[in-house]
Design a protein around this ligand. Structure first.
Ligand SMILES: [Zn+2]
Length: 119
């Protein structure tokens, strides 16, 4: 008889609002910009820096609309510098590449399709 296993997969995921498109997404999917105690805005790829943060979807459209509407500035009280903006763009590109790789890796991750014994 097959046992019904309980999978503790439904964990509470912290949600944040993107300052570009205002949609709410899981925090880990978003890019965090932090205002340091010194008043500088920095990119926080690890999500571990302390300070006030603003979140962006990994999407250049959101970055552009956040910049156009001043979403980052109003969330953090400071406008991002040119340097930070180019860092963000770079990070977005990196995330998009990573997302594609992740998709390939986790394709069929939820349902095993029989071809699972490569080891
Ligand atoms: Zn967004």
């Amino acid at each position: 008889m097959p046992k019904a296993k309980k999978q503790p997969r439904v964990r509470k995921v912290p949600q944040r609002t993107c300052v570009g498109c205002r949609s709410v997404r899981p925090k880990r999917e978003l890019i965090r910009v932090v205002r340091t105690p010194g008043g500088d805005l920095v990119l926080d790829p690890t999500g571990k820096l302390s300070g006030r943060g603003a979140y962006l979807c990994p999407d250049t459209t959101c970055l552009r609309s956040a910049l156009a509407k001043g979403g980052i500035a109003s969330a953090l009280g400071t406008s991002p510098s040119e340097e930070l903006i180019s860092r963000l763009e770079e990070e977005l590109r990196r995330r998009q590449i990573a997302a594609v790789q992740q998709e390939r890796k986790t394709a069929g991750g939820g349902s095993v399709d029989g071809e699972n014994s490569s080891l």
